[in-house]
Design a protein around this ligand. Structure first.
Ligand code: KE4
Length: 430
């Protein structure tokens, strides 16, 4: 067992002054139990905790560190930017540069607005869709997470076409009634909702590849079907690419699946590890955003020069080195093949979903195509697996409902170490 005594005492102290001892719930290890590891530093594919234990990293700050931690180009850009002060609250040349770069990278973009988180991006996109269409209702999918905006903290309604119910205290019934939910990959359910709420639906929002119920891919025809429904009924199609943007390709999932949403939300990689989000799309819609239009949205630190320096450096590198995506896919396929071989050797037939550098093992032998399927996973097995891997120095997302993200800093030896730890851990829990 690793000595994590420093994390234990830090977590104890943290609990006295921070709700749950963390600044974001998933970090508290609630789904897997035990003490969250307090990280002191990270470099490339490795993170180090407060007891100097070294882990191979497969969370990468939930996506942003696609090139690995402390990439010299990014740390250098940030160090340089800081010399000129940290924030002006006024327009800067760098914001124009990064906006031009993002518009050139994301197929559906004509204009983009920078914000400070994925949540801000999705909240703003929904408000814009409602303002533009003058309609109130939105459709989201069970198991898709779009940040902590009130309109998204909604459980599925009791019936297929009943309105949503709050799934957090503090979200009002008034808000919940305007969010309808459908099972992911279920086009018929969407058509039923649209027909039952004629001309009342402003937007359909989804993760084009889901990463918040574990990694779940769109079934063939699902995204195309949503595009068609939106075109037929004047509904704004919003891709939440906070995870998939710049991860699956430089143009995100919309490039991979060749589908043009009307609005796209971005986060994570866009900031290179700094707090950045963005939303964008066709100029006809984006020009509805203040100050060019009536839909209000603002932010003191939006387009912050230090964050823009990190983000611009990250995106420029990805834009100029498309080979990163081939590398990432090949490393992830090596991992997937290793996991599949291990499962076969141990007579286990758990499901693995993978696309690009996103991968999840579900502890169920059934296909996982939506949230209901994902819920069939054996959570106790996942929990034990998580800790077996952690104790072997492999840092996984502490929930079955999260996806793993690889970085291009992983070496062949790292991949082999992960595959060996996977075998030993699976063996240990069965
Ligand atoms: P943030 O507000 O956390 O930057 O982004 C919210 C968000 C929006 N859309 C998608 C598809 C997302 O995955 C996220 C945030 N992802 C989680 C991981 N499942 C962030 C980790 C956390 O909540 O601490």
């Amino acid at each position: 067992m690793l000595d994590i005594s420093s994390s234990v005492s830090l977590f104890e102290n943290a609990g006295h002054v921070i709700p749950g001892g963390v600044n974001s719930p998933v970090r508290a290890f609630k789904a897997v139990g035990g003490t969250p590891i307090f990280i002191k530093s990270a470099n490339g594919a490795y993170i180090f905790d407060e007891n100097d234990n070294k882990y191979i990293e497969l969370i990468n700050s939930w996506g942003p560190m696609i090139l690995g931690h402390a990439h010299p180009l990014i740390t250098e850009a940030v160090s340089k930017a800081i010399q000129n002060s940290l924030s002006f609250g006024a327009p800067t040349a760098r914001e124009v540069e990064i906006a031009e770069l993002i518009v050139s990278m994301i197929p559906s973009f004509e204009k983009v607005r920078m914000v400070n988180s994925g949540t801000e991006a999705t909240m703003s996109a929904i408000r814009l869709a409602r303002g533009y269409t003058k309609r109130d209702k939105v459709i989201k999918f069970e198991g898709c997470y779009h940040g902590h905006g009130d309109s998204f903290l909604i459980a599925a309604g009791s019936g297929a076409i009943t309105m949503g119910e709050p799934n957090s205290p503090g979200v009002t019934k008034g808000t919940a009634k305007d969010t309808l939910t459908a099972p992911y990959n279920n086009l018929e359910a969407v058509e039923e909702l649209v027909n039952a709420n004629k001309d009342e639906i402003a937007a359909i929002i989804l993760e084009p590849v889901a990463g918040n119920m574990g990694c779940v891919l769109p079934k063939v025809g699902f995204l195309e079907g949503l595009r068609k429904v939106c075109d037929q009924h004047g509904i704004i199609l919003i891709f939440d690419e906070v995870m998939t943007g710049f991860r699956l390709a430089k143009g995100g999932a919309q490039e991979v699946f060749n589908i043009e949403p009307d609005l796209t939300c971005l986060g994570k990689i866009i900031g290179g590890g700094m707090p950045v989000g963005a939303y964008g799309g066709k100029k006809e819609i984006m020009d509805f955003v203040s100050p060019s239009g009536p839909v209000y949205q603002a932010g003191t630190l939006s387009g912050n020069p230090v964050a823009m320096a990190a983000g611009f450096t990250m995106l420029s590198y990805l834009n100029e080195h498309p080979e990163v995506y081939q590398n990432l896919e090949s490393k992830t396929l090596t991992l997937k093949k290793g996991f599949e071989t291990n499962l076969e050797k141990l007579g286990l037939d758990y499901s693995i979903n993978q696309i690009g550098s996103m991968i999840s093992i579900f502890f169920t032998n059934e296909k996982v195509e939506n949230f209901e399927d994902a819920q069939k996973s054996n959570m106790d097995l996942f929990k034990n697996y998580f800790h077996e891997m952690l104790n072997r120095g492999i840092y996984l997302a502490p929930s079955q409902y999260e996806t793993l993200f690889l970085s291009d800093a992983l070496t062949d030896k790292d991949l082999n170490d992960i595959i060996s730890a996977n075998f030993e851990s699976l063996k240990a829990i069965h």
